[in-house]
Design a protein around this ligand. Structure first.
Ligand code: 2NL
Length: 344
């Protein structure tokens, strides 16, 4: 009986050593140590043994069972460790590999310039005002000292929706609406950026839709020198600290007096080049002192209050700044054009 147990032990250990996975191990366990296995069978036949033999064989059977179990456990641990090692080797991650770059877009050049101008005026204490792009004749023309019959409100130049409603041709109606809300009380200090519309045939310098940024300051004792100071600060911050400015007399129906502002050429510093058309100066914007009629129509006492206003075209500013030769580039959505302003 002892020989039989010894043989079973050798056989079981050999099978364990030949096991390749946990399933094999489980099979050996069931085959040798299970309820219907040969060791159980041997133990069942112990009744036939003598009183001296029984404890010896019993102890030996237990010893065989324990050593088979020990081998099973050893092999199982060995297989589990091998599986972990294999997995670790196969799934090695090279933590020194550079990451995949995230493709970053950029602001539209016009958006970038508008934001820059906005930030600049915000830093000078202005707030941003917005208003409707579909306007009434009153706010777009009448309130800006452009009465019916005025040549600047020619039907040919504006997109009329009805006789009384049109797409705004400038952002001034926003200023007129803002002044009205102040009910004759200063100060008003706003800029109004936004889209405007004109019935133009599109070409390199004209677009039927474009942007405008206007500014308006209304308070007591506002003078032309205040306008000059604000615009000079703007010119220097936008085009370089060594810019000079000059104001030339001009005409707008909503300002009196009216001026146009030039800056000294940032490309040639005044010597003359293609950007400044050999003059050394570049026209940047129009401005003036708010016409008393405009103040009165918006509810301000023009004997007590004065104001200055200015208007500029961000497309023109962006074209100058980045050397863009055609206004239509801003609205063509050509990715090859837009991608050039990544670091703008
Ligand atoms: C230009 C000139 C200008 C204004 C806009 C304005 C608005 C109000 C009252 C008075 Cl509510 N003026 N705006 C004044 C002067 C010039 O724009 O060349 N823009 C591109």
């Amino acid at each position: 009986m002892k020989d039989r147990l010894e043989a079973l032990k050798v056989e079981a250990i050999e099978k364990i050593n030949q096991s390749h996975d946990l399933k094999d191990i489980q099979a050996v366990k069931v085959a040798y140590l299970g309820k219907k296995g040969p060791i159980t069978e041997v133990l069942k036949g112990m009744g036939k043994l003598s009183a001296e033999e029984r404890p010896v064989i019993g102890a030996y059977a237990n010893e065989v069972r324990d050593s088979i179990q020990l081998e099973l456990d050893k092999k199982q641990t060995e297989l589990e460790n091998a599986a972990i090692s294999e997995k670790l080797a196969k799934e090695t991650i090279d933590v020194s590999l550079p990451g995949r770059p995230v493709k970053q877009g950029n602001a539209h050049p016009l958006t970038a310039v508008v934001t820059e101008i906005e930030d600049l005026f915000l830093s000078m204490g202005f707030t941003i005002a917005e208003g409707p792009e579909v306007e009434t004749d009153y706010y777009n023309f009448e309130a800006l000292n452009l009465p019916k019959g005025h040549p600047a409100r020619d039907m040919q130049d504006s997109f009329f929706i009805t006789e009384d409603i049109l797409l705004r041709t400038q952002t001034s109606p926003v200023q007129a609406r803002t002044m009205e809300k102040h009910e004759g009380q200063g100060p008003v200090k706003i800029i109004s950026p936004g889209k405007v519309y004109r019935r133009d045939n599109d070409d390199a310098t004209h677009s039927h839709q474009f942007m405008q940024i206007e500014g308006l300051v209304v308070d007591q004792n506002v003078r032309l020198s205040d306008l000059k100071g604000v615009l000079e600060t703007f010119a220097k911050k936008m085009f370089g600290e060594d810019r000079k400015i000059r104001l030339r007399p001009s005409f707008f129906p909503f300002t009196e007096p009216s001026v146009e502002m030039d800056i000294s050429c940032f490309k040639c510093s005044g010597k003359g080049c293609s950007i400044c058309k050999q003059t050394g100066w570049i026209e940047i914007l129009g401005a003036g002192m708010v016409h008393p009629n405009v103040l009165e129509m918006a509810g301000f006492d023009s004997k007590k209050y004065t104001g200055f206003a200015f208007g500029m075209g961000p497309e023109r500013i962006a074209m100058l700044k980045y050397g863009i030769d055609d206004i239509r580039h801003f609205y063509a959505n050509d990715i090859r054009f837009l991608k050039q302003f990544k670091n703008a």
